[in-house]
Design a protein around this ligand. Structure first.
Ligand SMILES: NC(=O)c1ccc[n+]([C@@H]2O[C@H](COP(=O)([O-])OP(=O)(O)OC[C@H]3O[C@@H](n4cnc5c(N)ncnc54)[C@H](O)[C@@H]3O)[C@@H](O)[C@H]2O)c1
Length: 314
């Protein structure tokens, strides 16, 4: 049984508690949030979990084997370095850090600590994104002509994630918060990204995050990448990750839907039921047990951070 400690019990921390608790090979034994009431209330919902407000105390708990870090991005660096010092395995929320420098230090420290280090990039464990990657690799689109990421939000922050940081310029914004998932997918499926040119639309208030981005980049072979995003815009939320090719188009939409079509055809929904993606928690358990595992480690997190940093410079 892998014993889990969780630091940060907000929107996403709560989501993974459920998954860790339901998995037969993991048990949540410790939870920590600097809000005492939240730590205590959360611990009360889990059998035999210890509540902490100071994460250092959670790290001193010898029962904890793996720590899931789900605090806001600017706290990832210090907390993760302390987890590594405590020689515990670590799952870190995306983005890995709040800057490239921090991400580099964390990736290096993780390698040296000799523990399992993994990122929570859930698209890799979802059916639609897995099928998207599979079809791209099978050349469904033919030769790639363009990759496009569109992110439209009627409202940012989104209603389910209202907090004091995700709308701020320091560690929030949809480029970092949502874009990171698709940058990671791009690096995984299509390879490295070069020649990033970006133009952000920033509100006058220097504390507030971007409301728009138009960026271009290239894959190593020169294939263009277009990234465009807007918040506070009419219509519904739409996130599209689209590969345009010589023979067809394939689009991963709103995280979990796939549409595609060959030249001359409309884009139709593509079923993904035949795909069985890996499961994050199974893979963490495999990795800790020294087996082959599909985990996306801090090196992956660092590489995505390099691209994000460029995109957010505009
Ligand atoms: N993988 C995904 O799909 C996904 C989705 C949403 C958010 N996230 C990421 O998860 C992280 C958390 O996001 P969220 O929306 O849950 O944020 P949130 O603000 O809802 O929750 C963060 C929690 O961390 C606590 N916290 C902050 N500093 C702490 C400290 N030093 N010690 C203990 N607790 C501390 C806060 O009190 C809060 O309860 C961010 O990095 C975010 O980018 C990932």
């Amino acid at each position: 049984m892998l014993h889990i400690g969780i630091i940060g019990l907000g929107a996403i921390g709560q989501r993974l508690i459920k998954q860790f608790s339901e998995h037969p090979d993991t048990k949540v034994v410790a939870v920590c949030d600097r809000l005492e009431s939240l730590a205590k209330e959360t611990a009360d919902t889990i059998n035999h979990a210890q509540a902490y407000t100071d994460y250092q105390q959670l790290l001193e708990n010898p029962k904890v084997d793996l720590v899931y870090v789900a605090v806001p991005p600017k706290f990832h660096h210090d907390i993760v370095l302390d987890v590594l010092k405590a020689k515990k395995h670590v799952l870190c929320e995306k983005p890995l850090a709040n800057s490239v420098e921090e991400a580099k230090e964390m990736a290096l420290a993780a390698k040296e600590a000799g523990v399992v280090h993994a990122m929570n990039f859930p698209l890799n464990y979802g059916q639609a994104a897995t099928k998207f990657a599979e079809l791209v690799n099978k050349k469904y689109t033919g030769d790639l002509r363009r990759l496009q990421l569109t992110m439209h939000f009627p409202q940012w922050p989104r209603l389910w994630q209202i907090n004091d940081w995700v709308g701020g310029r320091e560690q929030g914004g949809f480029v970092l918060e949502v874009g990171v998932h698709f940058i990671q997918q791009t690096l995984k499926i299509f390879g490295d990204i070069k020649n990033i040119q970006t133009r952000l639309e920033l509100p006058e208030d220097p504390e507030k995050c971007e409301v728009g981005i138009v960026a271009t980049a290239q894959l190593l072979d020169g294939t263009p990448i277009l990234i465009e995003g807007l918040s506070q815009v009419a219509g519904s939320e739409y996130i599209g990750f689209t590969a345009y090719g010589s023979e067809g188009t394939l689009s991963l939409e709103n995280w979990g839907q796939l549409r595609g079509g060959k030249l001359g055809e409309p884009l139709d929904s593509i079923g993904c039921e035949d795909v069985t993606p890996a499961n994050l928690i199974d893979e963490l358990v495999n990795a800790v047990n020294g087996h082959k595992a599909e985990v996306y480690d801090f090196e992956v997190g660092y590489k995505a951070q390099v691209v994000l940093d460029e995109l957010r410079k505009g």
